[in-house]
Design a protein around this ligand. Structure first.
Ligand code: ZN
Length: 266
């Protein structure tokens, strides 16, 4: 492809389809991305995606050849970021609060507010009322991920992605922690401001946020797989985790990361 052709590259959204997925550069498997401070100290390069307590990862910097590699295959001019943790916020919040204001439930009306939701088609409503505040807490409506990553050169590079997404995630760190505390699939709650966080790719345009302890446990090689039933968790939690897992499986984007990575051509 010539330079002039690359200046008119389509976006991720224009190129991605179930038949022709936009794939994530497999090099990103080496990126160890922490979400606890400024970009300058957040990123290192490990051998692979697995956690090895004895490994000292390489420093990462913008001038690294790696940083200027295309993020995706095919290359894209821009992409709309997807962060599952933030995009699930409203759903998880409603899962917790919807029953609080059930007509048969008793609640303190002073702590509950109903009203119109911006951007909702009233025709699609059942009952016509929206929960806006419950338990004195404002519903996180309209707080999904809103960020477009644009190429600084001809195409979006690994560094374009990281350097745009990292400050955004840092600015929304409080929101992320709040959502993590609502997620029945996370067992180490409650998370606080000081919880150490990690970022991993979930697809070429999307990332997932982990608490560091969970990330390490999941990324340790040959970890034993324990059935949920052996963990001695409360049945309600196990049920909620199964439902959550099923909901995620049913999503169109719920491919495994391996399927979304391109082949490693090095
Ligand atoms: Zn409530």
């Amino acid at each position: 492809m010539t330079d002039s052709a690359e200046t008119t590259l389509p976006s991720y959204e224009e190129q991605d389809s179930p038949q022709n997925r936009v794939l994530l550069n497999p090099k990103t498997r080496r990126i160890r991305w922490t979400l606890n401070g400024p970009l300058e100290t957040a990123i290192t390069l490990a051998r692979d995606r697995f956690f090895d307590p004895d490994e000292v990862p390489e420093p990462y910097h913008q001038g690294h050849a790696f940083a200027q590699a295309p993020l995706t295959k095919p290359k894209v001019s821009s992409l709309k970021l997807y962060v599952e943790t933030l995009d699930d916020w409203d759903h998880l919040w409603m899962e917790i609060h919807r029953d609080h204001t059930d007509p048969n439930a008793t609640y303190d009306p002073a702590n509950v507010v109903y009203g119109p939701l911006p951007g909702v088609d009233e025709a699609e409503l059942r009952g016509g009322k929206h929960l806006l505040v419950c338990c004195g807490l404002k519903r996180p409506w309209g707080r999904k991920t809103q960020l477009v990553v644009k190429a600084t050169g001809n195409f979006v590079t690994i560094h374009d992605f990281i350097s745009t997404v990292h400050p955004y995630l840092m600015a929304r760190r409080g929101d992320i922690i709040e959502t993590m505390n609502l997620d029945p699939g996370r067992t180490r709650k409650p998370f606080g401001r000081k919880t150490k966080l990690m970022v991993t790719w979930q697809c070429a345009k999307g990332v997932e946020i982990w608490d560091e302890a969970d990330w390490r446990a999941y990324h340790t090689r040959n970890k034993p797989k324990l059935p949920l039933s052996s963990l001695n968790l409360p049945p309600a939690l196990v049920n909620a985790m199964r439902l959550e897992a099923q909901r995620k499986r049913e999503r169109p984007r719920s491919k495994t990361l391996e399927e979304l990575w391109g082949s490693d051509d090095e």
